[in-house]
Design a protein around this ligand. Structure first.
Ligand code: SF4
Ligand code: SF4
Length: 237
């Protein structure tokens, strides 16, 4: 399971500063398992934002946001609402936020911080997209992770070494910050480059024992319901 926790309310408002409204996309997978998502959280957010001067244009719960094809096939039914939304708030791990960002030409904003992925990249496993860094920067970087897309995992912009869009460290690889720049330009958010990102809070990286489930946790789980024992007399009768 990819473990994520809700970002604090103040941070959500900070990330959505300048947006009048947003559409909420929530993952029905891991965040439900670690109690940081699902319809319960969507309902809470749908109540919270109007109280803070922002409109929620609609919402959708999709089984696994890390499945890019599934995200696209479900979002297509919400195009009308998406078209009048200035941002998409994504309730999931960093992989789900990035998959959603690939499907819409509107800025995506993470509602959660991802703490641990145990190397899993969900149903989009071709390369590492989220390292579970504990402080998600995707709202500022156009939905492209600076930790995994930049060889130096820089969070405050390009190092200056890129050449023709390629990284100076791994010359075959696209420079992550060049991709971030191009994406921000595309969605009209180049101003984000002037913002100073939060420093990572390493205390968050301490994933509690309860949350250290592996993908096989269900196999190890103890029985959650014990059927009442039938008495032997009844069985005989
Ligand atoms: S910034 Fe990147 S590594 Fe950190 S939580 Fe977001 S997607 Fe994951
Ligand atoms: S060239 Fe780009 S991807 Fe490579 S280390 Fe510098 S900023 Fe990061």
């Amino acid at each position: 399971m990819v473990v994520s926790v809700p970002k604090p309310a103040e941070e959500l408002l900070e990330m959505l500063d300048g947006y009048k409204n947003m559409f909420i996309v929530a993952c029905g997978g891991c965040p439900v398992g670690c109690d940081s998502g699902g319809m319960k959280r969507v309902d809470e957010l749908t109540e919270f934002f109007p109280q803070n001067g922002k409109e929620v244009t609609g919402n959708v719960l999709i089984d696994f946001l890390c499945n890019k094809a599934l995200v696209g096939s479900k979002l297509i039914y919400h195009l009308k609402k998406l078209k009048k939304s200035q941002a998409v708030l994504v309730v999931s791990c960093g992989i789900g936020v990035q998959a959603t960002g690939k499907m819409v030409d509107i800025p995506v904003v993470p509602a959660n911080d991802t703490l641990s992925s145990q190397g899993m990249q969900g149903l989009w496993p071709s390369s590492e997209r989220c390292a579970g860094c504990g402080t998600c920067y995707l709202a500022f970087t156009g939905g492209i992770c600076p930790i995994t897309s930049c060889s130096k995992s820089l969070i405050n912009g390009m190092c200056g070494g890129q050449h023709d869009g390629k990284c100076e460290v791994e010359t075959e690889r696209d420079c992550g910050w060049n991709l971030i720049y191009l994406r921000l330009k595309e969605v009209g958010k180049l101003d984000n480059l002037k913002k100073i990102p939060h420093l990572r809070d390493f205390r968050k990286m301490d994933v509690s024992d309860k949350e250290r489930h592996t993908t096989r946790w269900a196999l190890e789980k103890e029985v959650i319901y014990e059927a009442p024992k039938q008495s032997s007399e009844k069985e005989e009768a």
